[in-house]
Design a protein around this ligand. Sequence first.
Ligand code: HEC
Ligand code: HEC
Ligand code: HEC
Length: 407
Amino acid sequence: MKRYWSLFVALFAFPVAANAEVPKDDSYSKGEYIYHLSDCGACHTSRTGAPLAGGLSFPTPFGYIYSSNITPDKENGIGSWSYDDFANAMRKGIAKDGHHLYPAMPYPSYSKITDEDLKALYDYLMHRVKPQTTANRDPDIHWPLTMRWPLSIWNMLYTEGKPFKPRADQNAEWNRGAYLVQGPGHCGSCHTPRGIAVQEKSFDDTDPTYLSGGEIYGWYSPSLRNLKLSKEEIIDLLREGRSKHKAIAGAMDEVVTQSTQYMTTEDLNAIATYLLSFKDQELSSPTPPASMPQAAKMNGEALYANYCSTCHGMKGEGVDYVIPKLIDNPTVNRQDPSTLIRILLEGGETPPTQKHLPYAMPGYKWLLDDRDIADITNYIRTSWGNNGSLVTPKDIKKVRTYTTTIP
Ligand code: HEC
Ligand code: HEC
Ligand code: HEC
């Protein structure tokens, strides 16, 4: 996954550059801004294809589906779609010819985008995006699972399709943040847990499951409800993909590269204000630090000194703004270790943004076996005041499977 996100990020430098030529007072600049807020480019550009011509693959339990060409080409894209056709796809997941879209397209969240914003986005896509003649690719799913009518029942059961409703008891900044997170930003599509039919369990803050953490494609997207980050740190992470002590990795990379780096300071402030307003009671009392068996600890410590300490420091202290600190790092200490394990297996890089080239970390999947990776993982989760639970070689094996089965 990581591999393919970063590959098409490189390709996407092209439309970003083209967009940069649109003058700021251009009547389409509002639409361009909404386009960035809602991250269309991340899913609608494939690693080898033309910008917004679709073809990126998405795994489903039944096979792969592919994103569509959303350029204004009349034959292969959405050039012949009226605004109403477009709004139907964006809010109800129904294409112009009446077929139901798979919810890999986040229409359950986009239904909250206001009419004004959606119209600006439509005008931008129709007038500022270059038409591409790439034909849509049929899903690699076998009949009868290709039938799309069950999706209408799924929609009835699991989506709300309601417009965004500002809360009267909150101020304008909070409401702006709520709108951005729930609507165009569709942050819940990764950060909210999914139920038995892979539906998001909730779509707004009236439900305690909203943004409480979810797994998608083998990445764990942490809970955003009790963030142990300051407002400044949240803004840095969303704008630069790194903060003084932490870095963004994995499935969140492309969100930063394609979307949040373009947000205005006011909008980033609004998002941080909204996220920091979630004040749940801590569910469990802090557990005492786990202790590792002596031999495993010595192995973990030696491997850490050998492979990791040159960058992260002997005591996990990192280098401000360049190499994340491993002490008190949410990714290291998180109860669900999958994102941490995945970084150790595959490596990672900070998301490229307009201001920064990525800093990379190598992956150790070819070099170290499950036992060694488990020992390093446990060593950093129990050293320097960290307080993570222990993982087993079996946990490593499970995450390793994701790194080989998902393109
Ligand atoms: C998380 C990935 C994702 C994001 C983000 C996303 N889409 Fe999609 N979109 C898809 C997928 C996958 C499909 C194809 C679904 C199917 O075939 O059932 C799709 C289908 C569509 C369609 C239907 C096209 C057709 O010919 O049937 C439109 C229109 C569309 N997307 C527009 C957008 C716009 C505009 C944005 C940004 C506001 C956006 N999408 C963001 C994944 C995404
Ligand atoms: C494609 C899936 C995806 C989407 C969409 C997404 N995130 Fe994330 N996010 C992740 C993953 C995975 C991580 C963990 C990355 C890590 O540990 O470095 C993460 C981490 C974060 C963090 C750091 C939290 C911490 O405690 O370390 C913040 C803040 C965040 N996301 C905010 C957002 C916001 C705001 C949005 C919507 C604008 C959003 N995310 C959309 C997948 C996603
Ligand atoms: C060449 C320097 C380098 C080496 C060697 C290295 N790392 Fe990293 N590490 C980085 C960089 C840069 C990042 C940020 C990557 C990103 O954002 O995806 C990072 C990210 C991480 C993260 C995620 C931190 C966060 O804030 O999300 C962890 C955990 C981690 N490294 C642990 C290790 C361990 C354990 C080893 C040894 C097995 C190691 N690293 C080896 C440079 C390095």
